[in-house]
Design a protein around this ligand. Structure first.
Ligand code: UGA
Length: 441
C-alpha cells in the first residue's frame, strides 16, 4: 500500500521506515530542506538504535524515499500520516498549529480520496478539527466532491526502543467510526496483526484519549513510587525492597516502578500537562493527574536537596561531578531532563560542574553553555578532584564503573545516586558516603 508521512522528526522517521520494512511503499515529507537532503544522501538526523540500517535498506530497495514536494507525496499516497510536533503552549495545552498547518496544506493540494491519519499526540477532538480544516480548503477550491477521512492512530514508541516497539506492539490503536476505513487500516497493519499483535478499533475520541491515558497512567506509577520513596526515607524502609514486594503482585507488576528523579523527556511531562488542560476545557478536574505533575516537579529537586543538606547552601568552593545528562539512557535527548535543572540550581549556588554523558554533551553545551560547566568525554576524568559525584542518568557504563578508581580520583568520596544503581551496604564497605532515593543512608 502507498503511505505518505508528514514530518521526519523522531516519530515520522520511525513510522515511515517501519512501514517500508513491512513491505509498503513510503514517501516521507518535510519542509526542512536540510533534513531531507541529509536523508536522501543516506544520513539520519536523529539517533535511534537500528534506524539508520532500516532507512538505508529500504531506501536502497526503493520502498522508502524522501521529498519536500507535498503534491508528489499526496498524489502517491492512500494514507497520509501526520507526524509533526505538538509542543506545549504556555498553559500546558498542546499547540496544534503545526498539525493544523499541515491539514491546511493538504486541503490546498489534495486531488483525490485520502485517509489522513493523526500519528502526532493530539488532544481529544483534533481529528475533527483536521477534517474541518481540510474540508474548508477543498470548499475554497470548489472541490467539495473530494472525500477524505481522518483516523486517529496514536503511537506508543519509546525513545531508544522505537523500532522494537513499532514492530512488536503491545497493541495498535485505531480510532475510526467507519468499518470500511477500519478494514483498510487493518490491511495496512496486516504484517503485524498476522503475527498476533492486536489491533484495537475504537471511536476517534477514545483513540485520542487512550494515548494520554496511557502516558498519564505510566507517569502516575512513577510519581506514586517516588512518593512511596519519600515515606520510605522518613520511616527507614527501603524502596527497592518495597518495590519488589509491591510489583510481585501480578495485578501491579514491576514495570515503571523505579524510584528516581522523576520522569523527563518530550512526552510524559508535556502529555500530563496537556491532559490536565483538556480536563479544564471540559470542566473536569483531574485531581490525580495534577498531583502526578506536582510530585514529579518536586522529585527533580531531590538530589539537589540532598547535596545542599550535605554541604550547606554555599557551593562556591565545590566541584560537583555529574554522571548522566540525557533524560534517560540510550538517547541524547535532554528535554525536561532532571540533570538540566539540577545543574542550573547547583550553578546558582556557586558550584563548578564537571559533566559526563556518552551521548548528550553536545545538546547540553548548546543549552547551558560553558560558564562554570566543564564537559568530559571520559567518565573518570569528570570526577578528578571532585567534592561530590551525582549519578543522574542510569547509563549502564556508570553501574559498571570501577569504584576503586572513582574513589581514588575524587577529592572526597560522596556519591549522590539519583537512580539507585548501587547497593548502599557495598558502597559503605567501599568507603563511600552514599545517598540514594528512598533508601537508608
Ligand atoms: C514514553 C512512553 O513510554 C512511550 O510509550 C510513548 O510512546 C512516549 O512516551 C511518547 O508519548 O512519545 P519515552 O518518553 O521515550 O516514552 O520514555 P520512557 O522510557 O517511557 O521514560 C520516560 C521517563 O520516565 C524517563 O525520564 C524515565 O527515566 C522515567 N522513568 C521510567 C522512571 O523514572 N521510572 C520508571 O520506572 C520508568
Amino acid at each position: 500500500m502507498n503511505v505518505g508521512v508528514v514530518g521526519v522528526g523522531y516519530v515520522g522517521l520511525v513510522v515511515g521506515a517501519c512501514f517500508a520494512e513491512m513491505g509498503h511503499h513510503v514517501i516521507c515529507l518535510d519542509i526542512d530542506q536540510h533534513k531531507i537532503s541529509l536523508l536522501k544522501s543516506g544520513q539520519v538526523p536523529i539517533y535511534e538504535p537500528g534506524l539508520y540500517e532500516m532507512i538505508k535498506r529500504n531506501s536502497e530497495n526503493g520502498r522508502l524515499s524522501f521529498t519536500t514536494d507535498l503534491k508528489e507525496m499526496l498524489d502517491f499516497s492512500l494514507f497520509v500520516f501526520i507526524a509533526v510536533g505538538t509542543p506545549p503552549n504556555e498553559d500546558g495545552s498542546a499547540d496544534l498549529s503545526h498539525v493544523l498547518q499541515v491539514a491546511k496544506e493538504i486541503g490546498q493540494n489534495i486531488n483525490r480520496y485520502t485517509i489522513i491519519v493523526d500519528k502526532s499526540t493530539v488532544p481529544v477532538g483534533t481529528a475533527q478539527k483536521v477534517k474541518n480544516v481540510i474540508k474548508e480548503e477543498l470548499t475554497n477550491r470548489g472541490l467539495n466532491q473530494i472525500e477524505i477521512d481522518v483516523v486517529s492512530n496514536p503511537e506508543f514508541l519509546r525513545e531508544g526502543a522505537a523500532i522494537e516497539d513499532f514492530m512488536h506492539p503491545s497493541r495498535i490503536v485505531v480510532g475510526t467510526d467507519h468499518p470500511r476505513i477500519a478494514a483498510l487500516m487493518k490491511e495496512l497493519y496486516r504484517p503485524l496483526t498476522d503475527q498476533g499483535y492486536p489491533l484495537l478499533q475504537m471511536s476517534i475520541f477514545s483513540a485520542e484519549l487512550t494515548k494520554y491515558a496511557t502516558n498519564a497512567m505510566l507517569a502516575t506509577r512513577i510519581s506514586f513510587i517516588n512518593e512511596i520513596a519519600v515515606i520510605c526515607e522518613a520511616t527507614g524502609a527501603d524502596i527497592e525492597e518495597v518495590k519488589l514486594g509491591l510489583g510481585s503482585d501480578t495485578r501491579v507488576g514491576m514495570a515503571f516502578l523505579n524510584a528516581g528523579l522523576g520522569y523527563g523527556g518530550s512526552c510524559f511531562p508535556k502529555d500530563v500537562k496537556a491532559l490536565i488542560q483538556t480536563g479544564k476545557e471540559y470542566r473536569v478536574e483531574l485531581q490525580i493527574v495534577k498531583a502526578v505533575d506536582q510530585v514529579n516537579s518536586q522529585q527533580k529537586q531531590k538530589l539537589l536537596n540532598k547535596v545542599l543538606q550535605f554541604f550547606g547552601e554555599d557551593l562556591h568552593e565545590k566541584v560537583i561531578a555529574i554522571w548522566g545528562l540525557a533524560f534517560k539512557p540510550e538517547t541524547d535527548d535532554i528535554r525536561e531532563a532532571p540533570a538540566i535543572e539540577t545543574i542550573k540550581e547547583l550553578r546558582r549556588h556557586g558550584a563548578t560542574i564537571h559533566a559526563h554523558d556518552p551521548a548528550a554533551i553536545e545538546n547540553t553545551r548548546v543549552l547551558l553553555g560553558n560558564n562554570g560547566i566543564y564537559y568530559f568525554d571520559d567518565l573518570y576524568e569528570a570526577i578528578k578532584n571532585s567534592d561530590a559525584l551525582l549519578l543522574i542518568t542510569e547509563w549502564k557504563m556508570y553501574q559498571e564503573a570501577d569504584l576503586s578508581i572513582v574513589k581514588k580520583r575524587m577529592k572526597y568520596p560522596v556519591l549522590f545516586d539519583g537512580r539507585n544503581q548501587f547497593d548502599p551496604i557495598a558502597m559503605q564497605k567501599a568507603g563511600f558516603v552514599y545517598y540514594s532515593i528512598g533508601r537508608k543512608k
